[in-house]
Ligand binder design. Sequence first.
Ligand SMILES: CC(C)(COP(=O)(O)OP(=O)(O)OC[C@H]1O[C@@H](n2cnc3c(N)ncnc32)[C@H](O)[C@@H]1OP(=O)(O)O)[C@@H](O)C(=O)NCCC(=O)NCCS
Length: 134
Amino acid sequence: MSAIQISSDLRDLEDATLEGFFVGWPNPPSAATLRRLICESDIRFFAIDSDTGQCVAYLTGLTDNVLFSYLSSLEVLPDYQGRGIGQELVQRFLETTTHVYATDLVCDPEVQPFYQRCGLIPYHAMVMRRRDCL
Ligand SMILES: CC(C)(COP(=O)(O)OP(=O)(O)OC[C@H]1O[C@@H](n2cnc3c(N)ncnc32)[C@H](O)[C@@H]1OP(=O)(O)O)[C@@H](O)C(=O)NCCC(=O)NCCS
């Protein structure tokens, strides 16, 4: 099994490929858009397969560093799921945000058990989606 390196240092992302994400999206954002998403986020962690140089998972988050933090995106490539990478990225995010009151996220019901394993609890949410921004 290949070695996975987890990092938040954008220099480690410079040469990494960012293909294959947004599985199931009808109109997936490009690799360039994903790179921008990761770079512009307050908090980011990503996993690189050091054998292939491929980015195989990423997590992004936002915070005001006072009360709130928001886990805005998380995805592990299908071939790399079930190896503890997702949980490790969430753990890193939670360790980075222990100084704020709330950590929130929105997810589909089928992913709730995963986040519960990571220590979060089900709650309520309101959202707006602007598909023309994609
Ligand atoms: C959900 C996702 C991030 C999980 O990442 P992963 O690396 O496969 O998960 P891990 O290997 O770290 O799993 C950690 C634990 O959660 C469990 N788990 C993982 N996905 C699960 C799911 N969908 N439902 C229930 N449990 C799940 C694992 O079995 C493991 O349990 P264990 O500790 O008892 O062995 C990944 O499957 C993914 O990217 N899915 C598609 C995109 C997505 O849904 N992202 C979330 C958007 S909010």
